[in-house]
Design a protein around this ligand. Structure first.
Ligand code: WT7
Length: 630
């Protein structure tokens, strides 16, 4: 690195990091992959197991429905577990887990494979077949990982619903995916309290008809309602003869679906992003390997939730494909005290911490004394994801947690991309707040309204101009929406929904969403969903939601509500509406602030102008109100 002189404030990697890095000349790999991306990906794919080789690396004939490793037969669960059985990884720790109450569990690769095989047999005995959808709704516990891998092993399609969502969010996802099986925990621990997941699921199930069997994982031991003929205990099923450790693997096509993951879009209901076995496997394997520069002896921790793409790709699949040791923690970062994370890093000697800016900002508030009480010298690398990281938080993370030694991998990507897209590696000079440049084999750009590349340091739409292996394949059951949402504004080019700038060194600076998606504490929520949750309350005639800057959360939700005639405005009603959203969607969607209004700014075609609401709330003059109706 370092032929040209970089501009701005730069953090160069230490000689120690440089000397021990897997790849020193990252520019060379990027340059080679730019000439022939397919060759780069094929080489990465070749490091994994294929039952039958692919005949074509990339098939563009049905674009934008791209296909990768066409004709290849593989299975991601085989590559995560079985592939390691005849190597030194067999007895290596695959998963370390700490519960919020302090319990500890661990699984070697051998043990994780055994549990997965047993559970895969249970699923098969319940009639789950290749292609069937299975919904999982749990906290951060090992059974979630086992459940995901068991589905993958038999070619079933998992749909994980974040344990922080509630009744309507779960119902919608069960119904849209038409899941026959729901795997749910009795409850989960969050900040010392129990979240009654099974009770929430029971309410959602009253609204969803497709579910035939509910498998209940005992986590809290609190009494739950067990519906005869429908509900079964996971631990009981796992002792039956049917739960044998012998389980034939489904040799799937590279393009067979692996999972659905619902995420918020610009309009309407959440959409199910579909990922496949082959390309997703290659993308997560390769990005995890290079970006976290993973070593045999590493203990790696991604503090995200498996219910989001970060957890799918970088708690479960990426690490296991690489034979890494992945640590998972169930609870809240500040429970019982704000040193919980630092205590676990010290206790388990964790080497890599990957988390979100909102978590860093939240922990920053408690001051340096908490981390300083702990030995954090095992840390070698840090990571950030979910939203732009403000330089202040970046520097605190770098100085206080990384002691100035640990480079921060600021990774930009999306549920849709499946894998890191803009990211450094440990040898890349860093600028706080920039994810540096695209990963090898990717072509990205920043364009204006006409689709023309913008100049240096000019803001524009962030787009991806060539396909990549871990890209989403479609929106489940809605290919048209896939085309319209991502490939239509600029034909043939993937629209990310973010705005960004590129500086004189080619470094990307992602600014934020340009659509009606709000990032609250790194969680992605659609204004339409929040509005529809508010609208489902009997007192509400109409509602609008916007995101406003918030010191810790990044953005906070503000809502404007028009009440039905005759309904009286009161603080009590505001609280009731906030609780209603929390009950229907989840606590993360609960508006920070609700204001009653008599009208909402709309375009002539009747669309709410959230920009205008936002400008007003920020005390600014709204721009472009030509289309405003009233
Ligand atoms: C959106 C995708 C992909 C993992 C978690 C979020 C924002 C994500 C960064 C980053 C700036 C980021 C973007 C993106 N985002 N990472 N490093 N810097 N912004 O996945 O829920 O699908 O959200 O998160 O706005 O579009 P997601």
């Amino acid at each position: 690195m370092g032929k040209q002189k970089l501009t701005g404030e730069i953090f160069y990697p230490s000689s120690d990091i440089m000397l021990r890095a897997r790849v020193n000349d990252w520019d060379e790999i990027r340059a080679k992959a730019e000439v022939n991306p397919e060759e780069f990906w094929a080489k990465e794919a070749g490091e994994l197991h294929w039952f039958e080789p692919w005949t074509k690396i990339l098939d563009e004939s049905k674009k934008p429905f791209y296909q990768w490793f066409v004709g290849g037969k593989t299975n991601i669960a085989y590559n995560c577990l079985d592939r390691h059985m005849n190597t030194a990884h067999r007895n290596k720790l695959a998963l370390l887990w700490e519960g919020e109450k302090g319990e500890f569990r661990s699984f070697s690769y051998f043990a994780l494979r055994r549990e997965t095989c047993k559970f895969a047999n249970v699923l098969r005995s319940l009639g789950v077949q290749k292609g069937d959808r299975v919904t999982l709704y749990m906290g951060r516990i090992p059974e979630l990982v086992i459940g995901m891998l068991a589905c993958a092993r038999i070619g079933a399609v998992h749909s994980v619903v974040y344990g922080g969502f509630t009744v309507e969010a779960l119902h919608e996802r069960l119904e849209d995916s038409h899941s026959k099986i729901l795997i749910v925990a009795d409850g989960s621990y969050q900040r010392g309290k129990i979240v009654p997941l099974k009770a929430i699921a029971d309410e959602a199930l009253q609204r969803a008809a497709s579910v035939e069997s509910v498998l209940v994982v005992k986590r809290t031991g609190e009494p739950v309602n067990m519906e005869p003929g429908r509900d079964m205990w996971f631990h009981e099923l796992m002792t039956l003869p049917i739960a044998s450790t012998q389980c034939t693997i489904e040799k799937v096509d590279a393009e067979d679906p692996l999972f659905l993951l619902y995420t918020s879009g610009t309009t309407g209901k959440p959409k199910a992003i579909l990922h496949t076995h082959g390309g997703y496997m290659v993308g997560t394997y390769s990005t995890f390997k290079y970006v976290f520069d993973i070593r045999e002896e590493d203990r790696y921790w991604c503090a995200a939730d498996p219910g989001w793409i970060t957890g799918h790709s970088y708690i479960v699949y990426g690490p296991l494909l690489n034979g890494a040791t992945s640590f998972m923690y169930e609870g809240a970062p500040t429970y019982p005290f704000p040193n919980r994370w630092w205590q676990m890093i010290e206790r388990y000697g964790l080497n890599i911490l990957y988390t979100a800016p909102t978590a860093i900002r939240g922990l920053m508030r408690f001051g340096e004394a908490w981390p300083n009480r702990h030995d954090l010298s095992s840390l070698r690398l840090l990571g950030s994801v979910g939203e732009p990281i403000n330089p202040e938080a970046w520097k605190w993370y770098h100085r206080v947690i990384g002691k100035g030694r640990c480079p921060i991998m600021d990774t930009w990507w999306q549920t849709e991309t499946g894998m890191f897209m803009i990211t450094p590696t440990p040898v890349v000079p860093l600028k706080p707040g920039s994810g540096t440049r695209p990963f090898p084999g990717l072509k990205m750009d920043i364009v204006n309204e006409e689709g023309k590349p913008v100049g240096i340091n000019e803001e524009g739409f962030l787009v991806i101009t060539t396909p990549w292996p871990a890209m989403m394949r479609t929106i489940y059951k809605d290919p048209e929406r896939y085309v319209n949402q991502y490939w239509t504004k600029f034909p043939g080019v993937y629209l990310t929904g973010d705005s960004a700038k590129r500086d004189e060194d080619g470094y990307y600076w992602v600014i934020g969403r340009v659509d009606d998606v709000i990032k609250v504490s790194g969680y992605r929520l659609g204004t339409a969903e929040i509005e529809s949750a508010l609208g489902s309350h009997p007192a509400v005639a109409e509602a609008a939601a916007i995101g406003l800057p918030h010191e810790v959360k990044g953005n906070a939700i503000y809502s404007y509500v028009i009440l039905k005639t005759g309904i009286e405005k009161s603080d009590k009603l505001i609280e009731e509406l906030r609780q209603h959203v929390s009950h229907e969607m989840g606590p993360i969607a609960k508006p920070e602030h609700i204001e009653f209004v008599d009208s909402l700014p709309k375009t002539r075609s009747g669309k709410i102008m959230r920009r205008v609401l936002k400008a007003r709330a920020l005390g600014q003059e709204p721009k472009d109100i030509m289309t405003l109706e009233e």
